[in-house]
Design a protein around this ligand. Sequence first.
Ligand code: PGA
Length: 259
Amino acid sequence: MSPVARRPRFVAGNWKMHKTAAEGGALARELVAHLGARPPCAVALCPPFTALEAVRQALDGSPIGLGAQNLHPEPRGAFTGEISGAMLAAAGCRYVIVGHSERRHGMGEDDALVARKLRAARRDGLTPIVCVGETLSERDQGLTADVLVRQIRSAYDGLAEAEARETVIAYEPVWAIGTGRVASPEQACEAHRIIRATLDRVVGAGAGANVCVQYGGSVNAENAPRLFAEPELDGALVGGASLEAASFFRIVAAAAAVV
Ligand code: PGA
């Protein structure tokens, strides 16, 4: 029997509201030095808006991608304090995080807004990293599958398979984000399978197998090898552990290790 082709792995660092431009540039330079000209898998850094230019300069000539953490769905207009996808693309971004739970739950972003942001990212040539995941109370009530199906259905409804393939999904259980309480590999795999099956239904058969699905939530250098032993996990969206070059580098190395 021939081995099943593995999807390429992708690790992204979500710096959240950490790092000034100077600090971000320094961390990016350190990472470039660690990862060299040929990182072992796809890597992206998502600094705050104000550090994008400094990080872009630090990544110049490196295959490490630049990403933003949010965008406004409109291309331009009277939206004080907002940033459009076109602006991010012009600033050198290749990726943008969409629907992170800290925005869904902390800033009132609903499924409809997340769907608009996904489309705006694609319109402006960015690869959206679409975050989905259940809260602890939803998990405790046995609603994990319902929540994932609803979030994926809303975000992907109407997209063609080729379009869906150019997106990334991050399964981030809300109870695991920033808590040190990482999902078990079994919990992550189960959620990823639900996400892929939903993509098959909403976008078209086979879509689920082709989309990169990352896991996110308390990933660190110690638990990464155990998580990445699962071929189901195509990478990680890393918060806290992406703020130091040494730990992020070890996570990237673990993701790239052949399982
Ligand atoms: P964490 O954050 O790794 O600090 O838990 C992950 C995320 O929110 O993307």
